[in-house]
Write a protein that binds this ligand. Structure first.
Ligand code: GLY
Length: 428
């Protein structure tokens, strides 16, 4: 099988790392890829949000399966163009990707199908949005409706922050993505993500994972794409897990009832409230960095599972997972999620990977012409470690982190720390 993977982050490096081990895979091309994928596959240059260009490239290169990593090409309908060209695509078409591309669409779908989620209202004008904020008060959550690379959400603990967030959206901070603004109920509890392969009928769940979205220690600072993650999640009760599984399955049924052909990963972002798990958001793709702790635990062939998903044959597949725990720490460029410098030489990855169980996934890296590895993004590396228990996986991850350096490197040293203290650590 010849596979084209779209994307260039840590998620795509983790996907490619699994795909190249498959006995049925003969070639993996990655567009644009990064310094890590360059070492194990062929990086190519391609306009990945242009469906016709992707389909033409896939045809010319005898690609059997296109795996779409990030949300932007999904929302742009790249999967539809690839399928129209008679080539299998892993990832929903534009209609299914609206689950992530429009928070208002997702909320309405949840309301129509009684899927538990927080109260919310959508606004397209500033004054009514500000009046509603006065009515509901703080704490409250303000979200840009469209794609904003994980940065369009403000958890406002007071009204002045909420008002500023609404004003910024309408002033164009997120472009068209902020022309509709959602004002949502602030829900209290630990967050938990569940990813599932689905072909629109069968749902194969992966283990839960918990991301750390805030930039700084103790969950302070602005939201990011994710600063670190672990899997499974020890604080989830069996009852909560069963409730999340039921919600994921019900959501796939809801999509089918609405005639939405959904083939790829469905990502459920939950908050574990006192009233049970509620959906914070759905994503139409695999999580980043969640993928970097989930895929290393997959013992089955990823390429076979992705092709079966794309071809609607997921019922034929069984997935086997290792019992190991996984922790991943994101190493970021100084200034992220705001402005940051790039082209900093990176050292120590080889030493980090000598720590037992450690795998370093590249996110924002590139290989310079002279072969040196340089930073090329906000989130630069994901140091993932597997271990027989949570504490040892965490220790190994941080041992790996200590071996790596680049100018301006920063990371959170508390990934998983709260979960190690148990559920009571969320009671404030
Ligand atoms: N880690 C959050 C996301 O992938 O959206």
């Amino acid at each position: 099988m010849r596979i084209l993977v779209l994307g260039g982050g840590g998620r795509e490096h983790a996907i490619v790392t699994s795909l190249v081990t498959s006995p049925v895979v003969t070639a993996v091309m990655v567009a644009p890829g990064n310094g890590g994928t360059a070492a194990i596959a062929e990086n190519v240059s391609l306009a990945i949000e242009d469906g016709e260009a992707v389909a033409a490239f896939a045809r010319e290169n005898a690609i059997d399966l296109v795996v779409i990593g990030p949300e932007a090409p999904l929302v742009a309908g790249v999967a539809d163009s690839v399928r129209a060209a008679g080539i299998a695509a892993f990832g929903p078409g534009a209609e299914g990707a609206r689950l992530e591309g429009s928070k208002e669409f997702a909320k309405e779908l949840m309301r129509r199908h009684n899927i538990p989620t927080g109260e919310s209202r959508a606004f397209t004008d500033l004054e009514p949005a500000l009046a509603y904020l006065d009515e509901v008060g703080a704490p409250v959550v303000v979200k840009a409706d469209g794609l904003a690379a994980g940065k369009g959400v403000t958890v406002a603990m007071d009204l002045s922050i909420a008002r500023d967030a609404v004003r910024e959206c309408f002033a164009g901070r997120f472009g068209e993505a902020g022309s509709t603004v959602l004002i949502e109920e602030y829900l209290v509890g630990p967050e938990c993500s569940i990813l599932a392969f689905t072909d629109g009928h069968t749902v194969l769940l992966m283990a839960p994972a918990q991301d750390h979205k805030r930039a700084y220690e103790d969950d302070q600072g602005p939201n990011t794409g994710g600063m670190g993650v672990y899997s499974p999640v020890p604080i989830v009760t069996p009852h909560e897990h069963a409730a999340m599984v039921a919600i994921m399955e019900h959501t796939v049924e809801a999509l089918a009832e609405e005639d939405i052909d959904y083939r790829g990963v469905l990502y459920g972002g939950f908050i574990l409230t006192d009233d049970g798990p509620k959906v914070l958001e759905f994503n139409a793709r695999s999580g980043d960095p969640e993928t970097q702790v989930v895929l290393p635990r997959l013992k089955s062939d990823l390429a076979g599972a992705m092709l079966a998903t794309a071809e609607g044959r997921l019922a034929d597949i069984d997935l086997e997972w290792s019992d190991e725990w996984a922790v991943s720490v994101v190493l970021a460029s100084g200034g992220y999620p705001g402005d940051y410098d790039t082209d900093m030489p990176i050292s120590g990855i080889d030493r980090a990977e000598q720590v037992p169980g450690v795998i370093v996934y590249h996110a924002g890296t590139r290989l310079a012409g002279d072969g040196h590895l340089l930073t090329a993004g906000g989130r630069v590396l994901n140091v993932t470690a597997l271990g027989p228990d949570f504490a040892s996986a965490r220790e190994r991850a941080y041992e790996g982190v200590a071996a790596i350096s680049f100018d301006g490197m920063f990371y959170r040293s508390d990934i998983g720390a709260r979960a190690l203290r148990g559920r009571a650590a969320w009671m404030v």
